[in-house]
Design a protein around this ligand. Structure first.
Ligand SMILES: Nc1ncnc2c1ncn2[C@@H]1O[C@H](COP(=O)(O)OP(=O)(O)OP(=O)(O)O)[C@@H](O)[C@H]1O
Length: 215
């Protein structure tokens, strides 16, 4: 199982699609447009922060159960980042530390209940798409999801800025599987075909280096 990670608008979904085609494998996408809690959370994070995490946890567990049958299957966002987002929500006083602690303990208990060994539940590779804060803002604007726009909700500026910054430490500390970082500023794999090919080559090289599966 390959999992993508990265900040909002980093390009995880696009890279998941490209990679699934390239590896001829199955992609599993995070539900955004049909997520009933997300717009509520953006409007009132204090009220809906915990519920949103439970919603994502439930969805991600469902997907991990389906995806873990093949090393090539791809999830467009890892379960491990949710605690990072929720901790930030708490640090901005929109959730309590008790909620975060209960959430983290629940994730661990739920993961233990998923059938299979730790190695089959953990990813075979984590791909982190790193983008600068400016690129992140530009991509969020370009995509235009109404509830994500800073113009309509100025509080989001600080949330996005801190989130982007925290990802560097998060990626450095991540040790559940082999990992690779893609510079999403340098390689615009969505707009530029050559960049797309380079990124796929980097991922291929990493996969063969880790010996996950043979090409
Ligand atoms: N654990 C979480 N807590 C709060 N919000 C979350 C969480 N996970 C995802 N989101 C929100 O869900 C939406 C989709 O997130 P995500 O970053 O995975 O995809 P995306 O914005 O489509 O990015 P990409 O362009 O990289 O595919 C964003 O608005 C993000 O803030």
């Amino acid at each position: 199982m390959i999992v993508l990670s990265g900040t909002i608008g980093a390009g995880k979904t696009s890279l998941t699609k490209m990679l699934a085609k390239h590896l001829d494998s199955q992609a599993f996408y995070e539900s955004v447009d049909d997520n009933p809690i997300l717009p509520l959370f953006y409007k009132d994070p204090k009220k809906y922060g915990f519920l949103l995490q439970i919603y994502f946890l439930n969805k991600r567990l469902e997907q991990i159960k389906k995806a873990q049958v093949s090393e090539k299957n791809i999830l467009d966002r890892s379960i491990f980042e949710d605690a990072l987002l929720f901790q930030l929500t708490a640090d901005l006083n929109r959730a309590t530390q008790t909620e975060v602690d209960i959430y983290k303990s629940l994730v661990n208990n739920m993961m233990a209940e998923i059938p299979g060994s730790d190695t089959s539940k953990d990813p075979d590779l984590l791909i982190h798409v790193r983008v600068s804060f400016d690129t992140m803002l530009a991509r969020i604007k370009k995509r235009g999801r109404s509830f994500e726009q800073v113009e309509a909700n100025p509080d989001l500026y600080d949330y996005y800025k801190q989130l982007n910054k925290r990802y560097d430490d998060w990626f450095a500390a991540y040790n559940r599987s082999p990992k690779i970082q893609i510079d999403g500023d340098r390689f615009d794999f969505v707009e530029n075909e050559e960049s797309g090919e380079k990124v796929l080559d980097m991922i291929d090289a990493k996969l063969s280096q880790t010996g996950v599966f043979l090409f």
